[in-house]
Design a protein around this ligand. Structure first.
Ligand code: M6R
Length: 610
């Protein structure tokens, strides 16, 4: 979704901002722009389309200046075009604003400003900001105060950065519901919506909280609340490296991230398994463990792929911890006044830790007094900071919009929580040890699956022109069917549905003919015979079948058109293995269709608006 980067210092800000915007491209965007304060005047350059186009235009113009802001826009109000791209400015064109989020009361604000004589150029909600701030500047307030007073009138969400020709020694930034970090350098400072934009320059950051504004100079910064109280901020050191956010020789981030999974799974487990005791240790949960173990119900809340991980978590928690578990879409949970009790534990799962619906659901749950926990990948993200306790997945930066390694790491963390809680309840040491053993064997098994990439590429050639796909699985592999279908549709734009295999007879079977590829997730487990019956039913109707089976299954090959064989593990961990061929299948199909795998159309990596 939209990205923000800002620079103030002694260097030319233009290449720093362009490189920062390139680092933000993975978030998804449709237009890009820069606002630069130069020695003589201020300049805005913006366009629909890629940052590379902006870069070409900037290079031709020889633009240079020591203070600037840059933005990638993901359209919410108004079509993607040059006019609607950020920065937006006041009528005198000396005040520039970039904005992430949505101004919900922009129509009311716009009407008020129009009455004062302000003229609007764009269809965006964001354009009210420069005019509103301008109206306070005209009353004689300095920039910082003008921004603060303007924001008291704004309803909705924002991460903003503002520069003003008449006060060229500062960038003013503010946050409510849209992340912002300030990067601290040597006689230079940065503003960004995501640390990856400034990582090449500094690892020292402060995270802005909702309701905070910052005045950033090249050599200092002042943070205040929207009600004008000055606050001290803690400086954090980022552990992420630049290598982690590069493609590392792979043609796409998605492929790199799929291939990294043996290592990322290891990182999610490292130091967390107490093998001899058959349990796990999760430092982030220590203080709340008693409350979690004794909770009467667990509600897992998330969106998209993280929600699919939650479904697998439900099976784990109910099977081993014997705690009733529900899984909710965050977007539904937040609005339907859910029944939440003091002895509920609510677990929020989010790769980015910034998903707007998940964050809002979290705040609602917290208000109602439940134990609020998180599983996040991005360290220091809003969800990680606002939950009472939690566990990081440690999968490293995930840049591809389609989530892959984050999903398998979420499943590992859910398994570790299961082990930890179940061992406090009824699970025996022997069972705990066997789960620990299976967890530790996963990286090698994933390595074996990744070697099937060439075979999967051939299957992708066969099916790349299909218009529809059906994914079917049972038990722990039903969420994998949903995830496989989501992967395919988001990057290949092929319509795909995931179903519990037994539900096929209740409707989807009507779709089956020779044009409908059906992917069965069919490991040899207690549901195997049932799923074989479902395979027969599809076969009888001429459907083409791809089966994800276990390598001890010799009989399945003659029943289906293509088999992808994965190593076996215990049922609860099987999704960590069965999902990988589905990630590769979606990837290979999208590549064969010549699509933009890492930045699929209309999608954003981090959905920070409703
Ligand atoms: O960052 P989050 O895990 O909260 O994101 C949730 C979804 O937006 C995300 O999983 C989305 O569905 C991915 N594009 C799936 O690949």
């Amino acid at each position: 979704m939209c990205g923000i980067v800002g620079y103030i210092g002694e260097k030319n800000s233009v290449p720093i901002l362009i490189n920062g915007l390139k680092r933000l491209e993975y978030r998804g965007y449709d237009s890009a722009g820069l606002g630069i304060l130069t020695n003589s005047h201020s300049v805005v350059i913006k366009n629909k389309g890629k940052v590379s186009l902006l870069e070409e235009r900037v290079e031709k113009s020889n633009l240079s200046g020591k203070v600037g802001i840059g933005h990638t826009r993901w359209a919410t109000h108004g079509v993607p075009n040059e006019t609607n791209a950020h920065p937006h400015y006041n009528s005198s064109k000396n005040l520039f604003v970039i904005h992430n989020g949505i101004i919900e009361n922009f129509r009311t604000l716009k009407k008020g400003l129009e009455k004062l004589g302000y003229e609007f150029q764009t269809e965006t909600d964001s354009e009210v900001l420069p005019h509103l701030i301008d109206s306070f500047l005209k009353k004689g307030y300095p920039l910082f105060k003008a921004v603060r007073l303007a924001l008291t009138e704004v309803e909705g969400t924002y991460g903003i950065a503002v520069i003003y020709e008449n006060e060229p020694d500062k960038i003013v930034a503010a946050r409510k519901g849209s992340p912002l970090v300030i990067g601290l350098g040597d006689n230079e400072n940065f503003v960004a919506s995501d640390v990856s934009a400034i990582l090449a320059h500094t690892k020292q950051v402060i995270y802005l909280e909702d309701g905070e504004l910052v005045e950033v100079y090249k050599d200092k910064f002042i943070v205040k609340t929207i009600s004008d109280a000055e606050i001290e901020k803690e400086v954090h050191e980022i552990s992420m490296t630049l290598d982690e956010i590069d493609k590392g020789g792979f043609s796409h981030f998605m492929l790199k991230e799929i291939m990294e999974q043996p290592e990322t799974i290891n990182n999610s487990m490292r130091g967390r398994i107490l093998y001899d005791k058959g349990t796990a240790i999760l430092g982030g949960l220590t203080d709340v463990l008693g409350r979690l173990v004794n909770s009467k119900r667990i509600i897992i809340t998330a969106c998209g792929t993280s929600w699919h991980a939650g479904l697998v978590g439900e099976y784990m928690f109910e099977q081993f911890c014997r705690i009733p578990t529900e899984v909710e879409y965050a977007s539904e949970f937040r609005y339907r006044n859910p029944i939440i009790n003091q002895d509920d534990a609510i677990l929020f799962i989010s790769q980015s830790g910034e998903t707007a619906d998940t964050l809002a659901a979290l705040r609602e749950a917290k208000l109602k007094g439940a134990l609020v926990l998180g599983i996040c990948n991005v360290v220091g993200s809003s969800i990680a900071r606002e939950t009472m306790a939690g566990v990081y997945t440690h999968a490293g930066p995930e840049i591809g919009v389609a989530s892959t390694k984050a999903f398998t790491s979420q499943l590992v963390v859910l398994s570790l929580i299961t082990l930890l809680v179940a061992r406090r309840k009824n699970m025996s040491q022997a069972e705990g040890i066997s789960i620990a053993e299976e967890l530790m064997a996963l990286p090698d098994k994933i390595n074996k699956i990744l070697k099937l990439n060439d075979q999967i590429e051939q299957i992708a050639s066969e099916f790349k022109d299909a218009n529809n796909f059906l994914y079917l699985g049972r038990g722990y592999n039903f969420p994998v069917a949903l995830e496989g279908a989501l992967k395919l549709k988001e990057i290949s734009y092929i319509h795909a549905e995931g179903y519990p295999a037994a539900e096929m007879k209740h409707g989807p079977i009507a779709l089956i003919d020779e044009n409908m590829p059906v992917v069965f997730i069919a490991p040899k487990d207690s549901t195997y015979d049932k799923i074989i019956s479902n395979i027969e039913e599809v076969k009888a109707r001429g459907g083409r079948i791809i089966a994800i089976a276990t390598d001890n299954d010799n009989g399945i090959d003659e029943l289906v058109d293509y088999t992808i064989k994965v190593p076996s593990t215990i049922k609860m961990l099987m999704p960590i293995l069965t999902v990988i061929p589905l990630q590769l299948l979606a990837y290979q199909i999208a590549v064969k269709k010549g699509l933009n795998v890492d930045q699929p159309r209309n999608l954003a990596k981090s959905v920070t608006v409703e």
